[in-house]
Design a protein around this ligand. Structure first.
Ligand code: DAH
Length: 362
């Protein structure tokens, strides 16, 4: 009987298709193609009308058996595929808890900021206040009140950035290095030192004064291994009754030991600054050779770290402080210089060019 053969073929093809179905969607396509309304099995059953009375129950029974087996096979494969798909989804979503974690990049303070902060911590620990000052200041605060004579070379446009009024046409003279005070071109400048903050502070506060000012300063220097046109200083000022050079030495020696280590010594060399008398430069003993002499300290055993001195009475008087009653000391520390000495930096430009390989070391 042709119809029996057809049923056999349909069952065999359905079985192969079901076994080979790769996912639930493919399996459903097979279900529709075999047992669906227009499916192959359904259309065979429709053709039963042409069969004889005797054949009909035999073929009908067989067809129902085939339908039953195909549907069972569909169900079984469906359960299998659903389990496989669930497994795949779980595997895709899985977190491998044994993988090493990814460390997020965390920024940190720049080395110079850190040194300034350390200096601040040291001096605030001694009871000093931290003062701020303007980057753009006047010749009065940066030079005149600090006892710098009118013809002091540091006032020239070669050593100071003036904030020039473009409506004035004396710029050529200024560029040629003429003294701006006398030209009357500009009273405004980018501060070349934090020392002017001493004056601002003394105008606003009466002694006793214990003050530091960490801050940026500017000079028309070309950047090279030892110079930057913009760098940082930590200014210090003490004004009180009975302050002596001994206080200056004791304070700066303790500061040096805090910044460089207990074993480091200081020495005081006579120097000149307009705003202090007497003035000195302070050296710290070389950390490489401990004073023996080596290439790091150019065989002197000492490294220069800061300038200091007893506040000139003229400066006190300029700020309305009685220089008969009060004395004081002041100092100026270069933050980049401290960094260079502490970490043996071959070139100050490394501090400002933003190379992470360098910066991440601190
Ligand atoms: N202002 C000086 C400079 O820029 C540093 C300095 C020296 C500051 C002596 C002081 C001081 O207060 O007493 O080189």
């Amino acid at each position: 009987m042709a119809i029996v053969d057809d049923l056999k073929t349909i069952e065999e093809e359905a079985a192969a298709g079901i076994a080979g179905a790769a996912d639930l969607a493919q399996l459903d396509q097979i279900r529709v193609a075999v047992t669906g309304k227009k499916g192959s099995l359904t259309s065979v059953l429709r053709g039963m009308g042409q069969l004889s009375k005797e054949e009909r129950p035999v073929v009908g029974k067989l067809a129902n058996e085939v339908r039953g087996r195909v549907e069972a096979a569909l169900e079984a494969r469906k359960a299998e595929l659903a389990a496989l798909e669930l497994e795949a989804k779980i595997a895709a979503d899985a977190v491998d808890v044994t993988l090493p974690g990814r460390r997020p990049a965390v920024g940190h303070q720049h080395l110079i900021k850190e040194i300034m902060q350390e200096a601040e911590d040291f001096f605030t620990g001694l009871g000093y206040v931290v003062e701020d000052g303007p980057y753009v200041d006047t010749t009065y605060y940066n030079f005149t009140a600090l006892n710098a004579p009118e013809d002091h070379p540091s006032r020239s446009a070669r050593d100071t950035f003036y904030v020039v009024d473009p409506s004035k046409d004396d710029n050529e003279l200024l560029e040629a290095g003429h003294n701006t005070d006398r030209l009357g071109i500009s009273e405004l400048l980018l501060r070349t030192q934090t020392s002017g903050v001493q004056v601002h502070h003394m105008e606003a506060h009466k002694p006793p004064i214990y003050m530091i000012c960490p801050g940026t300063v500017f000079r028309p220097d070309t950047a090279d291994a030892n110079h930057l046109p913009q760098f940082n200083q930590i200014e210090g000022l003490v004004v009180d009754e009975g302050i002596t050079f001994g206080d200056l030495k004791g304070t700066l020696d303790a500061f040096t030991k805090a910044m460089f280590g207990e074993e480091r010594a200081t020495r005081y060399r006579p120097h000149f600054f307009p705003f202090t008398e007497p003035s000195c430069e302070v050296d710290v003993s070389c950390g490489v050779c401990h004073g023996e002499g080596c290439s790091f300290c150019k065989h002197t055993g000492w490294l220069e770290i800061l300038g200091a001195g007893m506040v000139d009475p003229n400066v006190l008087e300029n700020c309305g402080i009685d220089s008969e009653r009060y004395t004081g000391f002041a100092f100026g520390i270069g933050a980049e210089r401290v960094a260079a000495l502490r970490y043996d930096l071959p070139d100050l430009r490394m501090l400002v060019t933003g190379d992470m390989r360098f910066l991440e070391q601190f």
